[in-house]
Design a protein around this ligand. Structure first.
Ligand code: NAD
Length: 434
């Protein structure tokens, strides 16, 4: 089976390379010629653990091909996965411009029967619109099947998630297309659910909205813990042991970010509003998360007073560890606020410095070395729980900083470890230690 993947972003590139690992030949197309040139040269365009090696292997095995030419990608292929971005519009709805362009290019170039599978996260009803668009544009003798196949991978563990996901959702009314995809995914040994198209589209939004709700819920509990003298780590542990609740996504902190939760929650609020159902719960979840993004700077001001001229080490820039992705990362809000306060910021991240630099330029300083970030700093703010930060010896904060004051937005350290040091430590949902 000839497979084409549209988009070389986090979802597209991972899908292409993992399908190659399963033994398939895959053509990965993008409209960005620089990305394609870099990938053809064997250099990954995203940071994802393990990805670079798999890219090199599959290029060498001649299973993986990159192109910007839609004729090469679409004319003779059997199966197309669309994985282009669906960012948010200013009003919170999903921007389907890239998707429409991709569908237009596909419809203009296919020459044989094909299955088109949408991995991009799209509002309910979008795959029906894709089907209409294809029908209007392609010769009647061509049989084109449309499938919704939402993606659940998590950046930072994306390869593992591809091979060991919790479920695969195939949403289609076309039994033959469903059978082809079931066969394709069968070697993964992951539970496959076949649903109708609209339900598949909704499963993706509902999953992300539920996870975001868990995070904002625990962050609200953390805020109350701080006021009543309870410890959020113990509370989360206690509630997470209840199997009906589960322990994942109960880590209090400065809020979720990334390319999915923020935009998908807003898109679902919009979707609900368009069918006259104000999604008040999800609106509150989003509001709580926006507040969390400002929490670290509020705590820094409370602890250190005026921030103007203070040297501040911002540790962690990516929206989560093991990725270079900074889309909607709390660090963006933190940096904007610190710059407004006229603080002197040095930002550390092991993977995302270049991405942050492309936004903030020389307004701040950058480093890929924690020691350098902490040297002579008045305070440190932890925004991402990278292993490099969790394992960084606390004694170094004492030795390197001008005043060892840590605002830990990710609860990286246990209070019992902190107590052995002369550090002022302010975390989330736990008593401050001074
Ligand atoms: P991304 O922005 O990293 O990559 C999108 C790529 O598509 C870009 O390289 C872009 O140049 C390319 N592109 C745009 N229009 C194109 C076209 N017409 N033809 C070919 N290529 C085109 O996006 P992403 O993070 O991979 O997300 C893709 C989709 O998957 C989104 O809908 C997202 O919501 C969803 N998703 C993302 C994740 C994630 O963790 N990133 C997880 C699950 C689902």
């Amino acid at each position: 089976m000839r497979i084409t993947v549209v988009g070389t972003g986090y979802v597209g590139l991972i899908t292409s390379i993992c399908l190659c690992e399963m033994g398939h030949a895959v053509t990965n197309i993008d409209i960005d010629d620089k990305r394609i040139a870099q990938l053809k040269n064997g250099r990954s365009v995203i940071y994802e653990p393990g990805l670079q090696q798999l890219l090199e292997n599959n290029l060498k095995e001649r299973r993986l091909f990159f192109t910007i030419d839609p004729r090469i990608a679409y004319a003779q292929t059997d199966l197309i996965f669309i994985a282009v971005g669906t960012p948010e519009n200013p009003d919170g709805t999903a921007n389907l411009e890239y998707l429409q362009e991709a569908v237009y290019a596909i419809a203009s170039h296919i020459e044989k029967d094909v299955i088109i599978c949408t991995k991009s996260t799209v509002p309910v009803g979008t795959n029906e619109k894709i089907a209409e668009m294809i029908k209007d544009m392609t010769p009647t003798h061509l049989n084109v099947s449309i499938v919704s196949n939402p993606e659940f991978l998590r950046e930072g563990s994306a390869i593992n998630d591809f091979f060991l996901g919790d479920r695969i959702v195939i949403g289609t009314e076309d039994e033959k297309a469903a059978a082809v995809l079931q066969e394709l995914y069968a070697p993964l040994n992951t539970e496959i659910m076949v649903t109708d198209t609209r339900s598949a589209e909704m499963i993706k939004y509902a999953s992300n909205a539920f996870l975001a709700t868990k995070i904002s819920f625990i962050n609200e509990i953390a805020a109350i813990c701080e006021k009543v003298g309870a410890d959020i780590s113990q509370v989360a542990d206690g509630i997470g042991k209840d199997k009906r609740i589960g322990s994942s996504f109960l880590k209090a902190g400065i809020g979720y970010g990334g390319s999915c939760f923020p935009k998908d929650t807003k898109a679902l609020v919009q979707l609900a509003g368009h069918v006259d159902h104000p999604f008040e719960l999800l609106e509150a979840v989003i509001g709580v998360n926006n507040r969390q993004h400002t929490l670290a700077v509020a705590k820094a001001k409370e602890a250190a007073g005026e921030l103007a001229g203070k040297r501040i080490a911002l540790l962690g820039l990516a929206f989560k560890p093991n990725t270079d992705d900074i889309r909607e990362a709390p660090s963006l809000t933190i940096l904007k606020m610190l710059i407004e306060e006229n603080a002197d910021v040095i930002a550390y991240d092991p993977a995302a410095v270049l991405n942050i630099q492309s936004i903030f330029g020389n307004e701040i300083q950058y480093t890929e070395n924690i020691n350098e970030a902490l040297k002579d700093a008045d305070l440190a703010i932890i925004a991402t729980e990278w292993d490099q930060i969790i394992q960084f010896p606390l004694v170094q904060y004492e030795e390197l900083m001008k005043t060892p004051l840590i605002i830990d937005g990710r609860n990286c350290y246990s209070l019992s470890d902190i107590e052995r040091h002369s550090i002022t430590y302010i975390s989330v949902g736990r008593s401050p230690y001074a």
